[in-house]
Design a protein around this ligand. Structure first.
Ligand SMILES: [Zn+2]
Length: 128
């Protein structure tokens, strides 16, 4: 038997438009349903909710027409990118991290490179 205990499309009781499980109107989707279509809610707020199991289970609904395509990079990919960035922007000599890549032809930051090339040992030998 269908019970309408959680039907509140006008948001009079629950503060959000609320529907029973499987009775949400078309055009609204859960985050998981959006993800299955390669979408995320984007910047929109929660549009409605569905309640089931006597209100103990809840899922938020988002407007599908305001959803945006999911970004390409996964969290794992972003972590890998950040790690690569840190490696490429950290000077191996002084271990300082810069907001730019360490020049590859020097292999160290400009400060270290300058110190190394301007330093002339007492022997008079050039530092390679
Ligand atoms: Zn350095």
């Amino acid at each position: 038997m269908y019970r309408a205990e959680f039907d509140d499309p006008a948001a009079e009781w629950f503060g959000l438009p609320t529907f029973n499980y499987r009775h949400a109107p078309r055009g609204l989707a859960t985050r998981r349903q959006l993800a299955a279509k390669g979408l995320t809610p984007g910047r929109q707020g929660i549009a409605a909710q569905i309640l089931w199991r006597r209100g103990r289970r809840r899922a938020y609904l988002y407007r599908e027409d305001q959803a945006v395509p999911k970004r390409e990079a996964t969290p794992a990919q972003l972590r890998a990118l950040m790690k690569a960035w840190v490696t490429l922007s950290t000077c191996p000599t002084c271990e300082r991290e810069f907001d730019h890549y360490i020049p590859r032809r020097f292999g160290e930051c400009l400060d270290c490179h300058e110190a190394a090339t301007s330093f002339t040992p007492a022997t008079g030998l050039e530092v390679a």
